[in-house]
Design a protein around this ligand. Structure first.
Ligand SMILES: NC(=O)C1=CN([C@@H]2O[C@H](COP(=O)(O)OP(=O)(O)OC[C@H]3O[C@@H](n4cnc5c(N)ncnc54)[C@H](OP(=O)(O)O)[C@@H]3O)[C@@H](O)[C@H]2O)[C@@H](O)CC1
Ligand SMILES: Nc1ncnc2c1ncn2[C@@H]1O[C@H](COP(=O)(O)OP(=O)(O)O)[C@@H](O)[C@H]1O
Ligand SMILES: [K+]
Length: 491
């Protein structure tokens, strides 16, 4: 898991640690880590460190201080270091250290853009957690100038300058990084889309504040976390104790969605899958998956809505009854259009951006799909708070928001997953995860957020396995779930 903390959480923790430590020690730890990473990058891309061209952008605050002390260390290794200060103010001790180590230090001028583009390595120490309002002039043209082939490796200190550390929004000019070294803990911008896309490879540097940090406000689940959370079959299990998933999906028009949701649930290892729906597609489901039981009965969790038409009264009645039962449920596609009052965290809504925009519009919000895509976490969170349910928003980064404010993400494994029916398979997988943890959810329904992200991690991994770098069909994603599970580190 990668944990992220807000600026306020980081500053409070840093304050407590700094009160016990000599002044400037945390900055030296940060600078040392930047120097080590810089040397590694230079060896990799330029074959060595001595004489290699390093340009350091240093802003007015402590992010600039980190950059200046790192510049000093890298200059002492023999690199050709030029520090360009981006503000009238500069960290005085850092600038003195950089000069004493042989680095040149002078203000940034617009014509320096070319020098930046020719460097082997560019350190971004313009602004960190104190930044606001995006890149300022005269730095705004820099990202476009660096975009060309053969430009420098950009190493961001703490975060790419221009980002708002606490948000996933990307509505101002940002200097995108190839590598981001973040200090103490990740920040929300590193994990939330679309900002996360500008961070490149993320490395969290331990500077000694971990023990002072509270519970993270955002978490990204990794494959190892999915392995840990996945319910294994136990010797004492029977099919009922493993979890029965009830699938209400499909109808006369969309028969495939019923098959795919059922496939997802079966392949994820449900003890039993019950299908609820009309004779057609029930026959089709039975034909593809003879192990499925058609008709009512006890279930531990529901998958509701894939392929259900808005005017399908028969399926609508099944969905309403399932939601009224209070049992954990995945609420997808057609079921999202008929949400009752009184949802709870064990109800996991699984919209894509367009469906979330429609849902928020019915709640009186003035948002469209583009607005959701511009700030997925904020909108998922808004919907979770307004409905009382957990919201899993699908997309490049899957973002899960609980009504209590927790956010859990799962990074995408392959963009080939954006294919029709992939969401139906995810709904099925998640149904199995919820059914397997029904006991834990009864005790603490807020666990649904983490479990939803677990399903998304496994879904993404199955897609990556099935796609093997190329196109993938939704059915193949379901088929790859067992192999995805056994390939998880720590399975
Ligand atoms: N605290 C600690 O223990 C540790 C902190 N550490 C480091 O300190 C960083 C936080 O430092 P910080 O608080 O000084 O703020 P920082 O990120 O440098 O930015 C504020 C300055 O930049 C300016 N500025 C703002 N926006 C801007 C923009 N868009 N474009 C350009 N300039 C902009 C703003 O100026 P103003 O708005 O006043 O003009 C202000 O002067 C943190 O991210 C980490 O790197 C590490 O050393 C580990 C220990
Ligand atoms: N660019 C992308 N990269 C990776 N995964 C994506 C991308 N776009 C969508 N996805 C994933 O693909 C799936 C698509 O689901 P959905 O939109 O519900 O499709 P459908 O309704 O056709 O089943 C989701 O799991 C989503 O997270
Ligand atoms: K920065």
């Amino acid at each position: 898991m990668i944990a992220a903390h807000t600026v306020a959480q980081v500053r409070a923790a840093e304050g407590r640690v700094m009160a016990r430590l000599p002044a400037g020690l945390l900055m030296q730890r940060a600078a040392a880590a930047v120097d080590v990473e810089s040397a590694r990058i230079l060896r990799e891309v330029a074959g060595g460190v001595v004489g290699r061209r390093v340009v350091v952008l240093a802003g007015a605050g402590d992010n600039g201080g980190d950059a200046l002390f790192a510049a000093a260390r890298t200059a002492r290794r023999g690199a050709d270091v030029l520090v360009l200060t981006t503000s009238g103010r500069v960290h005085a001790a850092g600038a003195a250290a950089a000069r004493a180590a042989g680095a040149r230090v002078r203000p940034f001028a617009p014509e320096d853009t070319a020098l930046c583009a020719e460097a082997d390595l560019l350190l971004d120490g313009i602004a960190g957690i104190g930044g606001s309002g995006g890149l300022r002039e005269p730095l705004r043209p820099l990202p476009a100038a660096l975009d060309a082939d053969g430009g420098p490796v950009v190493l961001a200190l703490d975060l790419p300058s221009g980002l708002d550390a606490d948000a996933g929004r990307l509505d101002a000019a940002v200097l995108p990084a190839d590598v981001t070294l973040t200090f103490g803990t990740a920040k929300p911008c590193h994990l939330l889309g679309p900002a996360a896309r500008t961070c490149g490879r993320l490395v969290v540097v331990d500077i000694g504040i971990t023990g002072e940090l509270p519970a993270p406000s955002v978490r990204r689940l990794e494959p190892v976390d999915a392995a840990r959370a996945w319910r294994r079959a136990r010797p004492e299990d029977d099919k009922y104790s493993r979890g029965v998933v009830g699938v209400v999906a499909g109808g006369a028009d969309y028969t495939g969605a019923a098959v795919l949701a059922v496939e997802g649930a079966v392949r994820a290892g449900a003890g039993m899958v019950r299908y609820g729906g009309p004779a057609h597609p029930a026959e089709l489901v039975r034909h593809v998956r003879p192990e499925v039981v058609v008709g009512p009965g006890r279930v531990q969790a529901w998958v509701l809505g894939p392929g259900v038409a808005p005017d399908d009264e028969e399926q609508g009645a099944r969905i309403a009854a399932a939601l009224a039962s209070g049992e954990p449920a995945v609420v997808d596609a057609g079921a999202l259009a008929r949400l009752p009052e009184g949802l709870a965290p064990q109800h996991v809504l699984t919209p894509h951006a367009g469906e979330l925009a429609r849902l928020l519009a019915t709640l009186g919000r003035d948002v469209d799909r583009a607005a959701v895509e511009a700030d997925p976490a904020a909108h998922a969170h808004d919907a979770a708070r307004a409905t009382g349910a957990t919201v899993l928003l699908k997309g490049t980064v899957t973002t899960v928001a609980g009504p209590g404010g927790d956010v859990v993400t799962a990074a995408s494994a392959t963009p080939w997953l954006s294919t029709a029916g992939a969401g139906d398979v995810l709904a099925g997988i998640l149904g199995t995860v919820l059914a397997g943890h029904a006991g834990a959810l009864a005790a603490d329904p807020t666990r649904a957020a983490e479990l939803a992200a677990v399903a998304a991690v496994v879904h993404g991994r199955a897609a990556a396995l099935a796609a093997a770098g190329g196109p993938v069909a939704a059915r193949d994603v379901a088929d790859a779930v067992p192999a995805a599970l056994t390939s998880l580190p720590g399975w």
